[in-house]
Write a protein that binds this ligand. Structure first.
Ligand code: EAX
Length: 335
């Protein structure tokens, strides 16, 4: 028994020391100095998106507070895979850190799909209170059972619809529209009840699918729409705010637990500052990017949101039992 464990440990140690990319990697320690390590972070979004600003900020603070002992290296733009791949990698320890919206996390923690219900969030204040309160804590607890440490709640933001066919002014304009949605059951059902034709797809395939016309539409917050240059393949931008996408900043839990209490405190503090910064950048981009989308030739329209609230409402009954009425109400009643 001991022998077997010993061999496995030795093999793990070897893998650990040989892996250059993926998993925390150390540099040769010089005499007496503590070994410097580099943590690998993965993002599906590019370097202009708020996630990147947040994760970079985290790395800066971490390096500074540890005198260069702990550093991070960010692999962005889906270089390490889709958001689902990244969460999988994080669980297994091949990736140390990641940030993504909550929807793909629903494959691992099903009830987090509650955040994808249409118009469950009506303001950022409400969203921040929910994420930073008992509901957010409960989801971080569930993640820790899967070897994932929740470091902070970033945001992706309020989601808007873009498409190549027509302005979406009322829900009837959605009829038959081939729209890409995130890989979570709630967005699929929401666009179904609203009369559209939704297809779940990983983010990395969306731009090409829009360009080739295999889909007509997608929905995302302005920071994604602009930084991913969707104006090159989408004419219409309709400001529906139908979903609010929280985002999670996560670390492999075994890695976190392996740090000294002092380093853990530094990590938590750095994540806190990075989270505040990420939200600030996200809000700023959301405010600035409508005009920039117009400059890039998009036609933008506002909507009477109450019509969309009504058209999408039947989805609540469909998910009430699965997600829990108490949980839904707790979020709705946070004002
Ligand atoms: O983390 O795939 C998407 O539409 C997203 O907004 C992505 O999950 C951002």
């Amino acid at each position: 028994m001991f022998k077997k464990t010993g061999i496995i440990l030795l093999a793990l140690l070897l893998v650990f020391s040989l892996t250059a990319c993926g998993g925390a990697s150390g540099e040769a320690a010089t005499s007496g100095e503590p070994e410097a390590i580099t943590l690998v972070a993965g993002l599906a979004m590019n370097t202009d998106h708020p996630y990147y600003y947040g994760v970079e900020k985290f790395g800066e603070i971490l390096s500074e507070k540890t005198d260069g002992r702990i550093n991070i290296e960010v692999h962005h733009s889906g270089q390490l895979g889709s958001e689902r791949d990244l969460i999988e990698g994080l669980k297994m320890g091949s990736i140390d850190l990641m940030a993504c919206s909550s929807a793909p996390v629903s494959s691992f923690v099903p009830k987090i799909a509650v955040f994808d219900l249409p118009y469950i969030f009506t303001s950022r204040d409400q969203a921040y209170k929910v994420m930073d309160g008992p509901v957010g804590e409960q989801f971080f607890d569930e993640l820790s059972e899967q070897h994932i440490k929740g470091l902070g709640w970033f945001e992706n933001g309020f989601r808007e619809i873009t498409n190549s066919k027509r302005p979406i002014v009322t829900p009837s304009d959605l009829k038959g529209l081939k729209i890409r949605v995130m890989e979570s059951p709630v967005p699929i059902a929401t666009f179904n009840v609203a009369g559209a034709n939704p297809t779940p797809m990983a983010w990395g395939e969306v731009f090409t699918a829009l360009q080739q016309g295999t889909i007509d539409a997608q929905e995302n917050p302005l920071p994604v729409i602009y930084t991913q240059k969707l104006f090159e393949v989408q004419k219409y931008l309709s400001l529906t705010d139908h979903f609010y996408a929280p985002a999670l900043f996560l670390m492999n839990d075994d890695l976190f637990e392996g740090f000294s209490a002092e380093d853990q405190e530094i990590i938590i503090e750095a994540a806190k500052e990075a989270t505040a910064y990420e939200r600030e950048v996200s809000l700023q981009q959301a405010e600035d990017f409508v005009d920039l989308c117009v400059e890039e030739g998009m036609e933008v329209n506002e909507v009477d949101k109450s019509l969309f609230v009504e058209a999408m409402a039947p989805v609540y009954a469909e998910f009430e039992e699965k997600l829990g009425k108490d949980l839904i109400d707790a979020i709705k009643n946070t004002k």
